[in-house]
Design a protein around this ligand. Structure first.
Ligand code: FAD
Length: 184
């Protein structure tokens, strides 16, 4: 059972499977704003900048441009993404955000499925080999469903309550891609 996240491809290779999943760095910034905005909804700007409230702070992220989005870059926070893209974008939309202050930041890897930016779930390669990986930066929200479905597949040999067959590894070679357009 390969649930290796951003590192699932090298593990898959050990059983002869080529998974199109790459570690792609994303920097996350936790910011504060002197003006309280208690009812701030999740915001996704057309530039790809997104922001959501985290108690008294906000979390914001933007994906780098395609030419800068290389595999396995070192996990150094890219403060230039905040200064040059996130901050001006948010300040233009919401004047109070002109005074944003970065409180904390970190970088992590999206487990980026380069074909359709969706999870890869099911049997793959040798008969007793399974995968649940490649969720492309939205795997936390998938995790309860994927956990349940995989438990059923392993225990009963089939999905019972949730049919995750559209996410099967076989789709990657059959052209039945499930393109996720909401991944930034
Ligand atoms: C900045 C950022 C923001 C995100 N925001 C969101 C969000 O808002 N909503 C959301 O739903 N998702 C979000 N995600 C994505 C989410 O974190 C991932 O989709 C999710 O963690 C993937 O879960 P996973 O179990 O597949 O992989 P992981 O959580 O990465 O777990 C994989 C595990 O496998 C281990 N491993 C790897 N190789 C081996 C090996 N050979 N042997 C043994 N163990 C191994 C690793 O150490 C790791 O513990 C975000 C990710 C990032 C980086």
């Amino acid at each position: 059972m390969n649930a290796g996240g951003a590192w699932c491809a090298p593990l898959a290779k050990s059983v002869g499977v080529d998974l199109p999943v790459r570690p792609r760095r994303r920097s996350a910034f936790v910011v504060s704003c002197p003006t309280p905005i208690p009812d701030m909804p999740i915001l996704i700007d057309t530039s790809g900048v997104y922001l959501r409230r985290e108690q008294n702070h906000f979390l914001c992220i933007v994906s780098p441009s395609a030419e800068r989005d290389l595999d396995s870059l070192p996990l150094d926070v890219q403060f230039s993404e905040f200064d040059e893209i996130i901050w001006p974008t948010l300040a233009e939309r919401i004047p109070a955000f002109e005074a944003l202050r970065v409180e904390h930041a970190w970088a992590g890897y999206y487990e980026y499925n380069i074909l359709d930016q969706n999870g890869i779930v099911g049997q793959s390669g040798p008969e007793n080999s399974f995968v649940a990986a490649g969720f492309s930066g939205h795997g936390m929200m998938h995790s309860p469903g994927v956990g349940r479905a995989m438990a059923e597949l392993l225990a009963f040999g089939e999905f019972r309550t949730l049919d995750l067959s559209p996410l099967s590894p076989a789709r990657l070679s059959s052209g039945q891609l499930v393109i996720e357009e909401g991944v930034y």
